[in-house]
Design a protein around this ligand. Structure first.
Ligand code: ADP
Length: 516
């Protein structure tokens, strides 16, 4: 049967969401597919519908038992022969599923990845005449991803054993994870990759350096009085103090964080859901279960931990499609805090380096000289034109050619052995012969003092923008000493220029002294 009537009759939808139709077509044609769609984008339909368009059984690997049960229930209610094999099944249920499989009655079978560890599973699926494999939450196969599940590594073997097409789905899109999924699930065959639907054009994007952060948040909230909003805070304590400050400004606000009793938290959730114009000041604990379509604004009082976290959190605004606004504040302390959290974590070295890169990507977005949506979607691999709905498009900042400055930094980093933090590098650049500089002999290298024309804070701003472009990266193996990345080589060779934002490099850039 073709897609459109099934879409209506079985699923009750009038049309496809952005991106769904192409994926459904490719999966139904039996291609290997990797589809990357944001959460809520409608991934399940992209394997359920093709399963009904072709003959035989589609097996779905999914990591969440509750989710499998929900889907099986919904499908069964819609008249689709679907079942799940999970550790949560009773013996009776299992026996029923086995019987239906042997009789080849099922169209969709959900299994937990742990099932693949049993030697009996592959022969069972082969006997059941599996025609295709679908893998939900495919990023679980990635060791550096946030929910690695070792049993996902067996999915590649399953595909080989059954030699049927595989369609993998995930909302996690960074390039490293994507490559790992392709390598591990598709046994070296390149799948057709779909990446769509990350744009939320109704959400206005804006960042500001911290400059009296409490006042900045209060101003932002006051300008949106009467609208529901969320303020994400870096600490539990700040959720409390900010809620108080907002209430004192006659803006109704409540705090929410993981340290509160479950009952209290539920009370806040319910109030937020029902009440108009309530502000919740929250840690990241707030959000997973929030299903309020008319959140009109989301502010970050502190920098989120990664570009993915930022995207998830602002994405809670404007679910109804009406305009929503965001404001993200950031300052040097946030960046230091986030770096510290990465360095002090227990993750292996490669993972830490990747986390620094993700933080750099967010910093790059915060200090982007060009359209923020282009930068954000670019990170997820989507291309788009200038959006006209971010603070940069509203008022493009002045930029200057910072290539020479960047080269000076890179050279100072290299000549000091890629082992020092920004403070030391700046001492070298501005010719500050501190004890440490002298001890290491860094007052005798050619870069010493070549950056006297900029102040310390200007160099800090330049270095921050260079981190944001991922030209330099703290190296967790060298106590966070800055190291240069591959992206810096063309800059050092003068093959690529570096455009910097003038406003961030300071209003107080020393003017050139003109001698009479
Ligand atoms: P996710 O991508 O997060 O797995 P789901 O597959 O759970 O998303 O879909 C999210 C929601 O969108 C579900 O409630 C689903 O019923 C709904 N949905 C999916 N496709 C469509 C469509 N074409 N039209 C309307 N609603 C849809």
């Amino acid at each position: 049967m073709s897609a459109a009537p099934l879409l209506r009759q079985v699923f009750g939808f009038d049309g496809f969401r952005p991106g769904q139709e192409e994926i459904v077509d490719a999966v139904a044609e039996g291609r290997d597919v990797l589809a990357i769609m944001p959460t809520g984008g409608g991934k399940s339909l992209c394997y359920q519908l093709p399963a009904l368009m072709r003959e035989g059984l589609t097996v779905v690997i999914s990591p969440l038992i509750a989710l499998m049960r929900d889907q099986v229930r919904a499908l069964t209610e819609a008249g689709v022969a679907a079942a799940a094999l999970t550790s949560g099944n009773s013996e009776d249920e299992n026996a029923q599923v086995m019987r239906a499989l042997t009789a080849r009655e099922l169209r969709l079978l959900y299994i937990a990845p742990e099932r693949l560890a049993s030697g009996a599973t592959v022969p069972l699926l082969r006997r059941a005449g599996v025609q295709a494999i679908a893998v939900d939450e495919a990023h679980c196969v990635s060791q550096w991803g946030h929910d690695f599940r070792p049993d996902y590594l067996r999915v590649g073997e399953l595909r080989k054993a059954l030699s049927v097409p595989l369609a993998a789905f995930t909302a996690t899109a960074d390039a490293e994870t994507r490559d790992e999924i392709v390598a591990r699930l598709f046994n070296g065959v390149d799948p057709q990759i779909f990446l769509r639907g990350f744009d939320r054009p109704n959400i206005h994007l804006a960042f500001q350096p911290k400059d009296g952060p409490r006042r900045q948040i209060l101003d932002f909230a006051t300008a949106r009085r009467g609208q529901s909003g969320i303020v994400y805070c870096g600490t539990r304590a700040k959720t409390e103090t900010l809620a108080q400050a907002l209430n004192e400004a006659a803006l109704p606000a409540v705090a929410y964080h993981g340290g509160m009793e479950a009952e209290q938290r539920r009370a806040v959730e319910t109030r937020f859901q029902r009440e108009d114009g309530l502000i919740v000041t929250a840690t990241v604990a707030f959000g997973m279960g929030i299903d309020k379509p008319d959140i009109r604004w989301v502010a970050h009082a502190d920098l989120p931990k990664s570009i993915e976290a930022y995207y998830q959190e602002i994405g809670r605004g404007g679910r109804d499609g009406a305009p929503a606004e965001t404001l993200t504040l950031y300052g040097p302390d946030d960046i230091r805090l986030r770096r510290g959290q990465i360095d002090e974590g227990l993750a292996p070295h490669d993972r830490k380096a990747a986390d620094h890169a993700r933080l750099n990507a967010l910093l790059g977005l915060a200090e982007s000289p060009t359209c923020r949506r282009v930068a954000l979607l670019g990170y997820f691999g989507e291309t788009t034109g200038n959006c006209g709905n971010c603070d940069i498009c509203d008022a493009p900042p002045e930029t200057f050619d910072g290539t020479k400055d960047a080269q000076k930094v890179l050279s100072a980093v290299l000549r000091t052995g890629e082992s020092f933090g920004a403070g030391h590098i700046i001492d070298v650049l501005i010719g500050n012969a501190t004890e440490r500089v002298q001890q290491r002999g860094h007052d005798r290298i050619p870069t010493f003092g070549v950056g006297r024309d900029n102040s310390r804070s200007q160099w800090q701003a330049i270095i921050r923008q260079m981190l944001g472009r991922d030209l330099i990266r703290p190296d967790p193996e060298r106590h966070g000493g800055l190291a240069i990345t591959a992206a810096a080589h063309p800059v050092l060779r003068g093959e690529q220029s570096v455009v910097l934002r003038r406003d961030l490099v300071s209003r107080a850039r020393p003017s050139v002294v003109v001698r009479a």
